[in-house]
Design a binder for this molecule. Structure first.
Ligand code: ARG
Ligand code: MN
Ligand code: MN
Length: 323
């Protein structure tokens, strides 16, 4: 069966897929997420995107580790761990993603821990502003809100902070880590929607409340069902807004995705995760996707399960259908 031509309102080259493989784990303390892109690719993801879903792939064939950007010395700054390394990597990643998005193609980023979203989202946000004169929305699917500021974070791990930098809730001056982030690379809190939350820090709850951030927790999924939650989430964003989907595999219940650094029970089923991705694809507004926090070195027996779950989410977001 021939795949239907890909329909997308905001991509000038909807059949082209820019792939960036990010082998980075410096936004948290457990090594292993740097091996995820290769594990995802080796399990057949790239072939499926090319052969089954008929995308033309733009991929440099590398898993970027950004070793040349790592500082010799990287002491904590404002309570952040490895601030210079994460800042340098995300800055570089931001321009890689920007180039794909500027050329009008879809951008798929395989992480890596969730700190890399500072790079991916800033890159697409800037390209979409320039190309379409619009502000994009972000759907953040996660057990966690990742909206700590350096000051509210208990762990100091930057993968718990990307949203605060991307929305400008946390800012930094030019010469400091993350000082490279500019207004045109940011998103507004009103265009941010969370799905799957169930482990939100006290400081984060206050941030979400004070800023009126739209969030659907697992409680909402239980109450309304995932179908209604998706209607509400997409209704909030509206039909005329490009969407960047940032999917943390720990949004799924550890039953489906055990190999991740901060697993939290009571999560989405794999089918609910796939459904979210399918619904976002159906909008015709999806311009970029991140799949992050797969850590094949944790839970040896669950690693392959987790990789398969990740591949499934990506395929669904890129237009795979059940029938
Ligand atoms: N991307 C993630 N898995 N983030 C987990 C964050 C956990 C915790 N809220 C922290 O800030 O450290
Ligand atoms: Mn998470
Ligand atoms: Mn996350």
């Amino acid at each position: 069966m021939d795949a239907p031509t890909i329909q997308n309102k905001f991509l000038s080259k909807p059949n082209e897929l820019g792939l960036v493989a990010v082998g980075f784990s410096g936004g948290q303390c457990k090594p292993g997420t740097e091996a995820a892109p290769m594990a995802l690719i080796e399990s057949g993801l790239v072939d499926q995107l090319k052969d089954d879903l008929k995308y033309s792939l733009y991929y440099d064939g590398k898993v970027h580790a950004y070793g040349e950007l790592m500082p010799d010395d990287d002491p904590d700054y404002r309570n952040m761990k490895k601030p210079r390394a994460v800042s340098a990597v995300t800055k570089q990643l931001s321009s890689q993603v920007y180039e794909h998005a500027r050329d009008g193609r879809f951008v798929l980023t395989l992480g890596g821990d969730h700190s890399i979203a500072i790079g991916t989202i800033s890159g697409t946000a800037k390209a979409i502003r320039e190309r379409l004169g619009r502000e994009m929305a972000v759907i953040w699917v996660d057990a966690h809100a990742d909206i700590n500021t350096p000051e509210t974070s208990d762990s100091g791990n930057i993968h718990g902070m990307p949203v605060s930098f991307l929305t400008g809730l946390a800012k930094e001056s030019e010469d400091k880590p993350f000082g490279w982030l500019k207004e045109e690379q940011r998103i507004s809190v009103s265009k941010l929607v969370y799905i799957g939350l169930r482990d939100v820090d006290r400081g984060e709850k206050k941030i979400l409340r004070d800023n009126g951030v739209k969030a659907f927790s697992m409680h909402d999924v239980d109450r309304h069902g995932i179908g209604k939650v998706m209607d509400m989430a997409l209704g909030w964003i509206g039909r005329d807004t490009p969407i960047h989907l940032s999917f943390d595999v720990d949004a799924l219940d550890p039953m489906w995705a055990p190999s991740t650094g901060t697993p939290v029970r009571g999560g989405l089923t794999l089918r609910e995760g796939d459904f979210i991705a399918e619904c976002v694809h159906e909008t015709g507004s999806l311009v970029a996707l991140d799949l992050v926090e797969v850590n094949p070195s944790l839970e040896e027996h669950g690693a392959q399960e987790t990789v398969r779950a990740g591949c499934s989410i990506v395929r669904c977001a890129l237009g795979d259908t059940l029938l």
